[in-house]
Design a binder for this molecule. Structure first.
Ligand SMILES: Cc1ncc(COP(=O)(O)O)c(C=O)c1O
Length: 343
């Protein structure tokens, strides 16, 4: 039996949370962009690039539940990490600044990534994060590195809230159950039934959208467009994370791996590197709607939507939703990648 959006919002209210994001975000119809793609399919965009918290993005939502968890456990600092130009770290540093928590960021520069204070990194410094760089690669190596740093803080008497995938990803997913319920309400107000929801994710965001759409009984197919591969099976991991999120809401397991559509074919030359199709998407949306995508995540997800619309995957008159997960500061760190030719 599907739940109503009111029932979902009520279940989420039982979970520790702090208010950080501008919610609900708007759902807007992209008339000019849809017209540029032939005008047969209505395209809506959920403006999670407008969540606030230091230039917006999906992590503002995630952090409402993560910081709620940190405060519930009386943590006195946050230990986090990802790549140098991480949107996640920028928004975590911002959440810490708002809550008065010291934030220690360990940023991976593996592969020769520039540490010029630009884009997200510039913002990390501006909001007062303690920034250090490491050669540890993102994934299991950086995860272990962060747990070791947190342990050092623990032995010196602190109680750090640390990036711990098994704890963090299901709580992040809860925030996208919330977003999906907002989308369901928005669509109902427009009297529209979406055929699909597109979002850039290989983690908590996608697990949450897939779980939310399932719990609400939405007809929309959830298309997760992966920005990267992981050394594990993404549908397996996301089903597990979605079920852990369901458990936090007091619900039994809901999803199996076969119910997760995680498409790894839009990564292009690699994680963090612009793709030609992503660049086309970024330029088309900028020129038709004056909305910016980022080359690493949202542009590649939009490239998938464009390709699906162009091959006629959806009948004329149908509607699709694109969740804009933010990431815009990255364009200032790599203007050549935005303007130049991707792979
Ligand atoms: C702009 C943007 N979109 C999408 C994602 C993917 O989010 P998730 O890790 O929840 O899959 C990220 C992750 O950092 C991001 O920064």
């Amino acid at each position: 039996m599907a739940l109503s959006t009111e029932e979902l919002f009520a279940a989420l209210e039982e979970i520790p949370r702090v208010s950080l994001a501008h919610l609900p975000t708007p759902l807007e119809e992209l008339d000019g962009f849809s017209a540029a793609l032939g005008g047969r399919v209505r395209i809506f965009i959920k403006r999670d690039d407008c969540t606030g918290l230091l230039l917006g993005g999906n992590k503002a939502r995630h952090n409402e539940f993560l910081m709620g968890d940190a405060l519930e456990q009386d943590c006195d600092m946050v230990v986090w990490g990802a790549k140098v130009q991480s949107n996640n770290c920028r928004q975590t540093a911002a959440a810490c600044a708002r809550l008065g928590l010291p934030c220690y960021l360990y940023l991976s520069k593996a592969g020769g990534i520039s540490t010029e204070p630009q884009g997200n990194l510039l913002l990390d410094y501006l909001v007062g994060a303690h920034v250090a760089f490491t050669e540890a690669k993102i994934g299991p190596e950086l995860d272990a590195y962060l747990l070791a740093r947190a342990e050092e803080f623990r032995t010196s008497g602190h109680n750090p809230y640390v990036w711990d995938r098994d704890r963090v990803v299901p709580r992040s997913a809860l925030s996208y159950v919330d977003c999906t319920a907002e989308i369901a309400d928005d669509l109902e107000a427009e009297d529209v039934e979406a055929a699909a929801i597109y979002v850039s994710s290989a983690g908590g965001t996608g697990a949450g959208v897939a779980l939310g759409a399932h719990l609400l009984g939405m007809a929309a197919k959830v298309r997760l467009i992966c920005p990267m591969t992981w050394p594990w099976n993404i549908p397996d991991a996301l089903a597990r994370d979605a079920n852990a999120a369901a458990e936090l809401m007091g619900l039994p397991p809901q999803l199996t791996a076969s119910m997760i559509d995680a498409d790894e074919s839009y990564i292009g030359p690699g994680y963090g590197l612009p793709s030609k199709a992503g660049q086309e998407a970024l330029h088309l949306l900028a020129r038709t709607e004056a909305i910016l995508l980022d080359p690493v995540y949202s542009a590649k997800a939009m490239a998938a939507l464009i390709a699906d619309v162009r091959v006629g995957k959806y009948p004329a008159g149908s509607s699709v939703v694109f969740i804009h997960t933010g990431g815009v500061p990255a364009i200032f760190a790599d203007p050549a990648g935005v303007l130049g030719s991707g792979g």
